[in-house]
Design a protein around this ligand. Structure first.
Ligand SMILES: N[C@@H](CCC(=O)N[C@@H](CS)C(=O)NCC(=O)O)C(=O)O
Length: 283
């Protein structure tokens, strides 16, 4: 029997993807929590040996590391083919692969280019506050010296420098997010229960944390049934599955909630109106 250890962070989209997949496959594992922006645990040498890109998550299988959320899902699905959900349907077509590409947090793509990378982009106000728990110089040193993805080094240093999204970035993210929400709403016109069909798959593991992030970042009105009926129905279905609580809610670190309160009080995201005006432009 394999011994699994997952290195993850509660409020990380890609960690949520893999925890959902493990929950849907009924696989138990040991968990190692690494704090990202507030402490930079992922930039330490011992983690970089497991994951040279210094990204979360990593799953070790009998101490051998696998990185990339999609590859981890593929591995556990093959290894436990007869257990839990079938994450990669046997005869899936090209449309399934394209859907995964669109939803995957692909660190080689630009922020906003796909729904996956937009999940990172809309998180920046919180990431900035967490980075600001550390001095500018320790962030500068740590990220420039140790971060494994060159284009991210500069982004994180800029975000720490401004203490929030660099000028213009969040406005751009609103237009990307609008595009991806409208696209997903239209995609769900297929009327099936899940994003790819009537069975839960890896594509649902990828999109659930993205929609969770939209909700968490206080973009109001997306899931209330009025403007996006398909998305609202779909959100209702996936967030009621036991895996949502088991893999996402139960793993929250508690670091994000106070930051969200500091940013938005009891109200919506400060860019909520801009998001809706971007949505209206393209609907
Ligand atoms: N393609 C990777 C992306 C992983 C990724 O971007 N993880 C984020 C958290 S959601 C991370 O580690 N961010 C920390 C950083 O870039 O410093 C995967 O899907 O596993």
């Amino acid at each position: 029997m394999n011994n699994y250890v997952l290195y993850g962070y509660g409020e990380s989209v890609a960690s949520n993807v893999v925890r959902l997949a493990l929950a849907e496959k009924n696989i138990s594992y040991d968990y190692k929590l690494l704090y990202l922006e507030s402490r930079g645990d992922h930039l330490k040498d011992n983690y970089k040996k497991l994951n040279p890109k210094t990204l979360l998550p990593t799953l070790t299988v009998n101490e051998k590391p696998i990185s990339e959320s999609i590859d981890i899902m593929r591995f556990i699905d093959n290894e436990h083919a007869d257990q839990g959900a079938t994450l990669f349907p046997n005869n899936h077509d090209e449309e399934f692969d394209n859907l995964l590409d669109y939803l995957f947090l692909d660190d080689t793509k630009e922020l906003g280019e796909t729904f996956g990378t937009t999940g990172g982009g809309i998180s920046v106000p919180v990431l900035a506050k967490l980075l600001c728990k550390r001095s500018f110089f320790s962030v500068l040193w740590d990220y420039l010296k140790n971060h494994g993805v060159s284009k991210r080094k500069f982004i994180f240093v800029m975000v720490r420098f401004f203490g929030g999204p660099p000028p213009g970035l969040y406005e751009k993210m609103m237009s990307f997010l609008a595009k991806h929400l409208v696209y997903t709403e239209n995609y769900l016109n297929h009327g099936k229960t899940y994003i790819y069909g009537n069975d839960y798959t890896a594509a649902d593991c990828l999109i659930t944390p993205l929609l969770h992030r939209v909700n968490e970042m206080r973009f109001y009105g997306v899931f209330d049934g009025s403007k996006f009926p398909n998305l609202s129905k779909y959100w209702n279905t996936i967030s009621k599955r036991p895996s949502y609580k088991e893999a996402i809610i139960n793993y929250e670190t508690g670091e994000w909630k106070p930051v969200l309160e500091e940013l938005y009080g009891d109200g919506p995201n400060l860019y909520n109106d801009l998001l809706w005006s971007e949505i209206e432009k393209i609907r």
